[in-house]
Design a binder for this molecule. Structure first.
Ligand code: IPM
Ligand code: MN
Length: 364
């Protein structure tokens, strides 16, 4: 029996309820597989943790995340829990991503069956992954901005090491995929603003250097403003995209908007050793505790975690179940982005469709 030690962070707002869904799905998958076991260590983190203990994540919890096989994290943060400088105190992005040097933020954007999306496309016709640089760029300035009442500056920093490793990660990711939905070409799109800023010209130059080592992958270039348009007008041509931290934050939410909302979007934060998996959205305090949140982002994050652990058959089992539940309209994502019948009904629909040994029926 393969054993994995997993840290969970239930977070704030809708965090605990969607994590509960993901844990229920993981429990059933383990039962069906019978080949691996996940043992959990719950850790507090986020806004409520900050209010209780004065820190959003303790040093011990950070160490627990570092040494675990992986971390399944729910959304954290509450808009009214802020530091004196006006930024949110409950967010763990800086602590975990920089603290554990998780340089690649992997954000798949995929149109699932039956989802009411604002773009005319069939399921699977939108299927790309944004690789967001996760440790530098504009967000390295988190907490470090300088200025006064008249002016304020945050710095955008790119290092050769930082850009090289994230570009390499993107090309490697493209090798493992089967190309863009429209033409099957393996393609990495470099998204930048190199027509205006030197840091982005530097990013593009290093992207090209790294790309030379991947002659089997097409190099593609878009300025970030034009990328915003193309992600809406012809998303099917994208396979893998790589970009600076802030751009990746913006464009991954834009991508989410094209496939039924952020509730459909999982992500992975990956470094050389440690990793954690989470939805890309926040804690939605307005609907917290009502049982109406879409748990799919968290459930699909759990599937990504299994893939990362090497349990790809189990990860696929979850994605197959979600696909099947949506096809059979057992699971319905409404135009609001929320599942019909609430989170629990959605979870039960997924549980009913989990099957042992069916194997990967399709790419998703
Ligand atoms: C995300 C989130 C975080 C980020 C916030 C909550 C710190 O928006 O993961 O995209 O900006 O990176
Ligand atoms: Mn974001």
């Amino acid at each position: 029996m393969r054993k994995y030690h997993i840290v969970t962070i239930a977070g704030d707002g809708i965090g605990p309820e969607i994590l509960e869904s993901a844990l229920a799905v993981l429990a059933r998958v383990q039962e069906l597989s019978g080949e691996f076991a996940l043992e959990y260590e719950e850790r507090e983190g986020g806004a409520a943790c900050y209010e209780r203990h004065g820190v959003n994540l303790s040093k011990e919890s950070l160490e627990a995340c570092r040494t675990a096989d992986s971390v399944l994290k729910a959304p954290v943060g509450l808009p009214w829990v802020r530091y004196p400088d006006g930024t949110e105190a409950g967010l763990l992005g800086g602590v975990l991503r920089n603290g554990l040097d998780l340089y690649a933020n992997v954000r798949p954007v995929k149109l699932w069956p039956g989802v009411d999306a604002p773009i005319k496309a069939k399921a699977g016709e939108i299927d790309y992954v944004i690789i967001r640089e996760n440790t530098e760029g504009l967000y390295l300035s988190r907490g470090l901005g300088v200025g006064n009442d008249e002016a304020m500056a945050d710095m955008l920093l790119m290092t050769r090491k930082g850009v090289e490793r994230v570009c390499r990660f993107a090309f490697e990711a493209a090798r493992k995929r089967s190309g863009s939905p429209s033409d099957g070409v393996r393609r990495v799109t470099c998204v930048d603003k190199s027509n205006v800023l030197r840091s982005f010209a530097f990013f593009r130059r290093i992207f090209q250097e790294v790309g030379e080592q991947y002659p089997d992958i097409e190099q593609d270039f878009l300025y970030s403003d034009a990328a915003g348009q193309d992600l809406v007008r012809r998303p099917w041509r994208f396979d893998v995209l790589v970009m600076e931290n802030f751009l990746g934050d913006l464009l991954s939410d834009l991508g989410g908007g094209t496939v039924g909302g952020l509730g459909m979007c999982p992500s992975g934060n990956i470094g050389e050793g440690a990793s954690y998996f989470e939805p890309i959205h926040g804690t939605a305090p307005d609907i917290a505790g009502k049982g109406v949140a879409n748990p799919l982002s968290q459930v699909l994050a759990a599937a990504m975690m299994l893939d990362h652990l090497g349990e790809t058959a189990a990860g696929t089992m979850i994605r197959d179940a979600v696909w099947e539940a949506l096809v059979q309209e057992d699971l319905v994502i409404q135009a609001s982005g929320q599942p019909r019948g609430g989170s629990r009904t959605a979870t039960e629909a997924i549980l009913r469709h989990l099957r042992h040994g069916v194997g990967p029926q399709r790419e998703h």
